[in-house]
Structures are given as C-alpha cells and as structure tokens.
Design a protein around this ligand. Sequence first.
Ligand code: ATP
Ligand code: MG
Length: 487
Amino acid sequence: MFSRYKKPSAKSAEPVVALAEGQAAAKAPAPQQPKATPKPTPANMRKPRSKPAEVSPQDREKKRKERLGDIKLEMHRVLLDNLNLAAIDQASEKELREEISAIVAETLQDKGIVLNREDRQALNQELYDEVKGLGPLEALLQDDTVSDILVNGPHQIFVERAGKLQMSDIVFKDERHLMRIIDKIVSAVGRRVDESNPYVDARLADGSRFNAMVPPIAVDGSLVSIRKFKKDKLSIDDLIQFGAFTEEMAVYLQAAVATRLNVIVSGGTGSGKTTTLNALSSFIDDSERILTIEDTAELQLQQSHVGRMESRPPNVEGKGAVTPRDCLKNALRMRPDRIIVGETRGEEVIDMLQAMNTGHDGSMTTIHANNPRDGISRLENMIAMAGVEMPLKAMRSQISSAVNLIVQASRLQDGSRRMTSISEITGMEGDVISMQEIFRYQRVGLTPDNKIIGHFTATGVRSHFSERFKMWGYDVPPSIYEPFRPE
Ligand SMILES: Nc1ncnc2c1ncn2[C@@H]1O[C@H](COP(=O)(O)OP(=O)(O)OP(=O)(O)O)[C@@H](O)[C@H]1O
Ligand SMILES: [Mg+2]
C-alpha cells in the first residue's frame, strides 16, 4: 500500500529538507521510546524559553499552531517528493489517507518529532487537504456555518457566519502557498492567472463561486473571494422566519410571480439577490419550461422542466467566450416559458428587456443597485453602454413596459438582510417612469448593541395589478395593503 503511490525512485528515509528552526531540540527524547515519554505537549518539545511560566494559554495555542505549521510545510515537501502525483487521482480516499499517514509517521520518526494523537490527526488531515483539496481553505469549505470566505493576502482570512464577517484563525504559510492553491483551482477549470492575466472567475467542484486577483494588481497579496454554494437554498418560509420579509409580502410576491409579472431583484453585493431570485422562482408553476442563464450556476430551481446555461469567459488565448447575451439569444430559440438571468450587468440587458416585452413575461433577473429608482437608472446606463442609440424617452418607455416589479434586497449595517422595498412600475408620466411602492422596511432606530430596530409595512397603496391577480385566480386580501400600525 505504502509503495503504491510512491515515486519509484523516492527514498523516504532520507529527510529532504533540513528541520525548521526550533525543532532540533525535539530530536533527543523521541525515537526509541515514544510511549514512555510523558504526554508530549508543544511546550516540552521546544527549547526551554527564558520565562516559560508566563506563557498564556493563547500564546501556547498560537505557538502550537506555528509549530504544526512548520512541520506541515516540511511534511508537504516530503510528501510531494515521495508521492507519485500521477497515481493520486486514481487512489481512493482511504488509500490516500493511509498513504499520507504512513509517510507522515515514517518522516516524523526519522526526524525524531513526537506529536500527540490529536496533532498528528490534524496534521494528516491538513496534508490530505493540501494534496487532494484546497489546503487551508478546505476546512472552511467543509464548514456549513461559513457562507463567504474572503482572503486578503496569505495571513488574513475573513469568513462570514450568520451575516457577520469575522476574522478566522486560519492562514496560509505565505503568498506562494496561497498562489499554489489559486493555481490549483483555476487550472482545474482550464484557466490561468498570473501577472499578465491577474484576475479570474471560476467555480469550485462543489459549486461555490470563486474569484481571485493576484499581485501586482492585488497590492498586499492575492485577494480571493468565495461565495459558498448552499446545498439547501433558503426557501420562502426560511426567509420569512429570518425576517427578510413578511407573510403578507410573500402572498403578494406569490401572486406577482404566478401571474407572470416581470420581476427585477435589485441589491448591492451580497445583499441576497440570488437567494431572493431563487426563492421567488418557487412560485413558478411546475408545468412551465424555465431557462436559466448565469455566469456561475448558483440557482437551484425546484421545477422539473429547467434548462440551465452558464456563460463562459474567454480562454487563455482570448477565444471561446460565450457571453450571457449569446446564451440569452439562443435561449429565445429554445421555446422558454420563462427566462431567468442570474444577473444582468451588460449588453444582455437589451435582449432581456426585449424578451420581457415579447411574450416571455414572467421573466426575472437581478441587477446591482441600491434602491428601485437607481435600478431604473442602472438599466438605462446599461442600455446606453451597450451602444444602442435610442432617445431617452423611448428607452424609458421600453423599460417601463418590460419591467413590472422591482424587489429591493439590502444588507443592513447590522448584517441582517431584508427586502427593503417592493415597488411596481406603473407606466410613464411625461418623460419619467412612474413607480409606486407597495411595501417597505421602515427603520426606526438602533439598539445599544447596534442592531437595527424597524418593521415592514405596506404603504397603503393597492397594487396596480390587483385586477390581473383576480383574473388569474389570486384573490389577494385587501388587508395586506394596510400599513403597519403600532399598538
Ligand atoms: N435573508 C437572509 N438571511 C440570512 N442569510 C441570507 C439571507 N439572504 C441571503 N443570505 C445569505 O447571504 C449570502 C449572500 O446571498 P446571495 O448570494 O443571495 O447575495 P447576492 O446579492 O446574490 O450576492 P452577489 O452580489 O455576490 O451575487 C448567502 O450566503 C446567502 O445564503
Ligand atoms: Mg448573486
């Protein structure tokens, strides 16, 4: 077993690299009688420091991690020299783990390093992650409580848990280590990232969205952002329970989506646009043929008749790009009942609006904007940027007849995500698109620990589409339009 994935020429007994600084002292007590050694701790494996009594538990833990980090780096080099990398792909997880564990045991013994069971297991796991997975990122990718991973250079990794960003204690050894993991990710999808090509988008094997930017454009070390793929997307019920919107708003949204209004979800980065879009799609009837177009396939529609498309950036030679617009044009030839575009950010806006205007009503997309009005301006800008020469009024009239509803997703300063506005587009008044807000989130204050106090309320305006809802059999009770009245 041990030799199966080993390079034929490797001599595992020869330590390849000198011991890292500070580990020489570990040589003495270990090799002959590891069992008789009192339970080894990081403290008794190191040279005695001048004032050992004053080391705090946190310092000890930090030192332990540093030492494990050094050993790991060392081991990784040994592993790379000893493992037959070509054979690793064929190895089962169990075989590879056994192999790593054996090489680790052998090398530790050669070097006279004693580790307790827990540290050894952690080392084996980390090395497995290095060889097979994405190194330090692997533990965060496995951790279901983490939703975003943000790497600012090798020594700073932030994670988002329950809407809050926090610094993690996981680090890369150095920039080279971080770059190696980035390379591993992007080469797996046939891309390259280097000085001449310093940023890249990719999708990880588990579906997570990945973006990296490397030096010199990233000044203090590579920047990596990962939006973790959630196997169980938040449902309408979950979102109501989390306070993202109310049941009344859900009743309204159900009527809007089911009666095929064209919906745009607007919001800032990470505000929950995709989550909202995904949840709204659950109101689509199962008999409809839905086509989805995304840069990175994130949506998880529950319907049975769904065709998914993913656009593709150009390859390293600058060829082979398939833009969202290409996908959208093609989608129109694929007899869709509805088209869902993950995010509209460029020239595809023209085709999206046309699709919404010409028989593919009930289509949905998201845009980056901070409020519904800005959302409209953003659409106008995108049309202008796409090089379409059109008088402003004509442009607005096209937008106003294509889009029926703008749903605003926001990430508030306390990390909570809420649907802060649901606004209808009701037509044109002169040169201006007229809108009416039906629901909004009303902020009233801040608790001492910076939690936002507020409530959802209807504005008192009845939906412009009430008749339509009724005609389609959605009897939306008038009470949902009544404003919130505090007792
Ligand atoms: N109401 C909510 N409550 C709690 N978590 C939420 C809520 N809405 C979204 N999230 C979580 O927030 C993260 C970001 O959500 P999402 O991907 O939908 O944002 P986005 O606006 O599409 O981001 P981007 O601009 O990067 O595409 C996800 O991990 C998601 O699960
Ligand atoms: Mg998104």
